[in-house]
Design a protein around this ligand. Structure first.
Ligand code: ATP
Ligand code: PMV
Length: 551
C-alpha cells in the first residue's frame, strides 16, 4: 500500500513592493512565515475499486464537498459522450447526499472523448453548478485537477499504469491550516482573555474559524472568514499541489538541495501558480504562491502570458495538453535569496479594524495610473527607489553580520534597548558606526516607502496607509529597538508588520496589547514548501482544519 505523503507550505508577508510588484521588472521582498498549511494525501482503499469512479469529498468550514469521476472503464466507442453523461448523472443521483460538485476534467478519457468534450463539459458544468454550487472550493478543485493533469502530461507510458492504479485506489486528502491564518480576536474577547499572543497560544488546536457574518453580501453568499492576510489560499493550493505531485510521482521533494530539487520546486510552482490564478479568476503578481513554494525571497513576477494557454484553454483540448503547454512555457519569474539579517525579528500586530479587499484596491490604483499617468509614474519611481534602498540596507546588514559578527551582535544588542535617536551613541568605532548607519538607512527607506504609499493611497482614493494605521506605525517605530514598521502587501486595515532588534519585540508586544493591538504568533521562517515526517496534529500544531476525502 502506498504511504501517506504530507506536504506543507508557508504563509507570507510582503514587506516591500506592494502594487509595484505587479509590473515587471519591479521587485518585492516577501518573507515567508512559520504559519503553514498542511496537506496529507493517502490512498482511500487498500484494494483497487472494482468500479472506475474516483470520488472526491471535502469537509470544511468553506465547503461541504465535491467529487471527481473517473470514467476510464466506460465504453465510449459508439455513443460516447451521451453514455458517459448518463453514467455521470446516474452516479450523481446515487450520491446526492455527498452535496458534491463535479471536477470537470476526466483525465483518463482520451481519444474518443476529445471530439466531444465541449458538449460534455458544458453539460457537466451546468449539472455540477445546478446541484452543488454552494459546496465549491475552486482552489482545491484546480489544485487537484492540475496536479493530476501534470501527472498525465509528464509521466512516461511506463508509469501511466501505476498512475491509473493510484487513481483507482482513491485519494484521501486532509488539509490543515494553521490558526495563524485566521483571526481569533473575537474568541479571545468573548472569553475575556487579554489580547496577547499567550491567549492565542492557549487556544486549542483546530479551533474553528470565525466568520465575518456582517460582511456577507446577500442571503445566498457564504460568510467570509476573518483572515490575518497571510495568503491562506496560496499556501493551501501549494500544499495540496505539492503533496499530490509527490504522491503521484511527478516530483520527489524528499531531497532538500541540488539542481534536481530546484527543478522539482519549479514544477510545484508552475502547477500551484496556474491553479491559483485559475481559481482566483485573476492574475496577480504571484508573490504569495512563489513564497509558499520557495520561502522568503526577492521576487520579480512571471510574465502573465505564460499561463495564457490555461486561461484560453480551448475546451476541445484535454487538460493534460493544456497543463503540458503551461509546463513548457517560458517561466521568467525571479527569486533571489533574501531573508532578514540575523537578530532581527518579524512581528505582526492585528489592529482589529477588519482587513481589506486586495482586488478592489488594485483596481483603484490601476484607474489612478490611467487617469494621471505622469504623477503616478513619479510616485512609482520614488517608491521603487525607496524599496531598493531598504533591500540594500538589509543586505548590507546581513553582510556586516557575516563579516563582523561580534561587533554586529554587540551593536544590535545595545540598539535593541534604545529608541532610534540614541542608536548613534552605541557606535564607538568604524564598523559599529557602519552598522548603525545601515540601521538608520533601513529605517529612513521605510519612512520613505510609507510616505509614498500614503501618497498613492490618497491619489487613488483608497486607504493604503489609513490614518489609524499611520498612528499605530508611528507609535511602533518610536519604541526602543524597533527598526521599522509598515502595512504589508496592498496595505489597508490588515495586520501591520514590524521588524525588531534582539529581544525588544517583547516590549512592543506589551505596548500593542495595551492599545488593543493583538500581536500574532507569526515569525519569519524562510522555509518554502516541504515534505513533513508526521501528521501535524500529532505535533500539537494549532490549526484550523478542513478535511478533503477523495473516495
Ligand atoms: N482551511 C481552509 N480550507 C479550505 N479553503 C480555505 C481554507 N482557508 C482558506 N481557504 C480558501 O482560501 C480563500 C481565501 O483566499 P483569499 O485569496 O481571498 O485570501 P488569502 O489567500 O488569505 O489572501 P490575503 O490574505 O493575501 O489577502 C477562501 O475563500 C477559501 O476558498
Ligand atoms: C497589491 C499587491 O501587489 C500585493 C497584495 O498583497 P496582499 O494580498 O495584501 O498581501 C497585489 C499583488 O502583488 O498581486
Amino acid at each position: 500500500m502506498t504511504a501517506a505523503v504530507i506536504a506543507s507550505a508557508p504563509g507570507k508577508v510582503l514587506i516591500t513592493g506592494g502594487y509595484l510588484v505587479l509590473e515587471r521588472p519591479n521587485a518585492g521582498i516577501v518573507l515567508s512565515t512559520n504559519a503553514r498549511f498542511y496537506a496529507i494525501v493517502k490512498p482511500l482503499y487498500d484494494e483497487l475499486r472494482p468500479d472506475s469512479w474516483l470520488w472526491v469529498r471535502i469537509f470544511s468550514f468553506y465547503f461541504s464537498g465535491f467529487l471527481v469521476l473517473d470514467g476510464s472503464e466506460v465504453n465510449f466507442s459508439s455513443d460516447g459522450p451521451r453514455n458517459y453523461v448518463q453514467n455521470v448523472a446516474k452516479a450523481l443521483h446515487s450520491s446526492v447526499h455527498f452535496e458534491a460538485s463535479i471536477i470537470l476534467h476526466i483525465l483518463p478519457l482520451e481519444v474518443e472523448f476529445r471530439n466531444h468534450i465541449t458538449c460534455s463539459y458544458e453539460f457537466l458544468t451546468a449539472f455540477g453548478l445546478c446541484f452543488f454550487s454552494e459546496s465549491r472550493n475552486p482552489f482545491v478543485e484546480y489544485a487537484v485537477q492540475y496536479a493530476i493533469a501534470a501527472a498525465y502530461a509528464t509521466l512516461g507510458n511506463d508509469k501511466k499504469d501505476l498512475l491509473q492504479k493510484l487513481l483507482l485506489h482513491g485519494f484521501d486528502i486532509t488539509i490543515l491550516g494553521g490558526n495563524d491564518f485566521y483571526s481569533y480576536r473575537n474568541e479571545i474577547e468573548a472569553r475575556g482573555l487579554p489580547l496577547t499572543p499567550e491567549s492565542l497560544a492557549s487556544l486549542p488546536p483546530f479551533t474553528s474559524i470565525t466568520f465575518n457574518s456582517g460582511h456577507s453580501n446577500g442571503a445566498n453568499s457564504k460568510p467570509e472568514v476573518a483572515k490575518t492576510g497571510l495568503g491562506s489560499s496560496a499556501a493551501m493550493t501549494t500544499a495540496v499541489v505539492a503533496a499530490l505531485l509527490n504522491y503521484l510521482g511527478v516530483v520527489n521533494l524528499s531531497s532538500y538541495s541540488g539542481a534536481q530539487h530546484q527543478e522539482n520546486l519549479d514544477v510545484v510552482h508552475i502547477i500551484a501558480q496556474t491553479a491559483h490564478c485559475m481559481a482566483q479568476g485573476k492574475v496577480g503578481s504571484g508573490f504569495d504562491v512563489s513564497s509558499a513554494v520557495y520561502g522568503s525571497h526577492r521576487y520579480v513576477r512571471f510574465s502573465p502570458e505564460v499561463i495564457s494557454s490555461a486561461q484560453n484553454a480551448i475546451r476541445a483540448l484535454p487538460l493534460e495538453d493544456v497543463v503540458g503547454d503551461v509546463l513548457k512555457g517560458k517561466w521568467d519569474h525571479e527569486r533571489t535569496k533574501f531573508s532578514l539579517p540575523p537578530l532581527m525579528n518579524l512581528l505582526l500586530g492585528e489592529p482589529g479594524t477588519g482587513g481589506s479587499s486586495t482586488p478592489s484596491m488594485v483596481g483603484a490604483v490601476k484607474n489612478w495610473q490611467k487617469s494621471d499617468p505622469q504623477k503616478s509614474l513619479d510616485t512609482w519611481r520614488q517608491l521603487s527607489v525607496a524599496n531598493t534602498a531598504l533591500e540594500h540596507q538589509l543586505n548590507l546588514l546581513s553582510k556586516l553580520a557575516e563579516e563582523h559578527w561580534d561587533t554586529y551582535n554587540g551593536v544590535i544588542y545595545s540598539c535593541s534597548m534604545h529608541q532610534s535617536e540614541k542608536w548613534i551613541e552605541q557606535a564607538s568605532e568604524a564598523i559599529s558606526l557602519e552598522i548603525v548607519k545601515a540601521l538608520h538607512g533601513a529605517r529612513d527607506a521605510m519612512l520613505n516607502i510609507r510616505c509614498h504609499m500614503r501618497e498613492m493611497g490618497k491619489a487613488a482614493g483608497i486607504p493604503i496607509e489609513p490614518e489609524s494605521q499611520t498612528q499605530l506605525l508611528d507609535a511602533t517605530m518610536s519604541m526602543p529597538g524597533v527598526l521599522l514598521a509598515g502595512v504589508p502587501g496592498a496595505g489597508g486595515f490588515d495586520a501591520v508588520f514590524a521588524v525588531t532588534l534582539g529581544e525588544s519585540g517583547n516590549n512592543l508586544i506589551n505596548a500593542w496589547s495595551s492599545h488593543k493591538v493583538l500581536a500574532l504568533l507569526v515569525r519569519e521562517d524562510p522555509r518554502g514548501v516541504s515534505l513533513e515526517n508526521a501528521d501535524p496534529r500529532t505535533n500539537q500544531i494549532t490549526s484550523g482544519i478542513s478535511s478533503v476525502r477523495i473516495v
